[in-house]
Design a protein around this ligand. Structure first.
Ligand SMILES: Nc1ncnc2c1ncn2[C@@H]1O[C@H](COP(=O)(O)OP(=O)(O)O)[C@@H](O)[C@H]1O
Ligand SMILES: [Mg+2]
Length: 223
């Protein structure tokens, strides 16, 4: 599902060169649940952004879901992103739209046939336990519910791969647990998941394969 070969990413900040990733190589198979761990600033977000072609590497090869991400034409980027669901620390919901509309939006962009839209949105909401809140505005939801809504928005595409960048970073422990349980359920239903977190305890608790980054280098890869 994911393959990186000798990936480097440097950012230029004025005259200064920042090495965000250095010689990172690994593979993740379809159906795996993998944790990407490492302290703040170690390159986790950069790595995820490379996977969905939000950034391009300075060097190296990247394949995701059958796409040669590094050689993808601009016009083919939407196809890649169709295969990838993304959730972030901040739910990034449109504040003026209710939960239902926030999710519908994704399917409209994808050109989903009209009659398929409502059932798919309701199915995604059901999968995250948010069916009863479809008409609520983001501001009327708790942070945990907002994160569930952003998960539903990622899932409605039925992505082969789910990338989660510190999705529990804003949540209290109990609520964070619920989101992690949901990720496990999503994984059990066949979605490949890559979860970035700076919390080592969370990585341990999940008991999944863990890729550890430190200053942009892949320190270890433990099962
Ligand atoms: N757009 C950017 N421009 C310049 N430097 C960046 C940019 N994004 C990230 N960096 C730098 O790259 C390094 C890795 O950052 P990041 O990938 O955000 O790490 P993490 O997600 O693990 O906290 C940091 O030193 C950060 O300051
Ligand atoms: Mg980050």
């Amino acid at each position: 599902m994911i393959q990186l070969q000798h990936v480097f990413k440097e950012y230029r900040v004025g005259p200064v060169k920042v090495t965000a990733l250095a010689d990172v190589s690994f593979e993740i198979d379809k159906g795996e649940f993998t944790v990407l761990a490492g302290p703040s600033g170690s390159g986790k977000t950069t790595l995820l952004r490379l996977l969905y072609r939000d950034e391009v590497p300075t060097e190296g090869e990247i394949r995701v879901a059958g796409y040669e991400v590094t050689r993808l034409r601009r016009s083919n980027i939407p196809q890649l992103r169709r295969a990838i669901g993304m959730v972030f620390q901040d739910a990034k919901l449109l504040p003026g739209r209710n939960v239902y509309e926030n999710i519908v939006f994704v399917l409209r962009v994808l050109g989903t046939p009209r009659r398929e839209i409502a059932p798919r949105v309701m199915q995604a909401l059901k999968a995250v336990g948010l069916s009863a809140r479809a008409q609520a505005l983001p501001a009327q939801l708790s942070l945990g519910e907002q994160q569930r809504a952003s998960l539903a928005r990622a899932l409605v595409k039925e992505p082969a791969l789910l990338l989660a960048d510190e999705p529990t970073g804003n949540l209290d422990e109990g609520i964070a647990e619920e989101i992690l349980d949901l990720l496990r359920e999503i994984w059990n239903r066949g979605t490949t998941i890559l979860l970035a977190t700076h919390r080592a305890t969370l990585a341990d608790q999940l008991k999944r394969r863990t890729l550890v980054l430190e200053r942009g280098r892949l320190l270890k890869d433990k099962d």
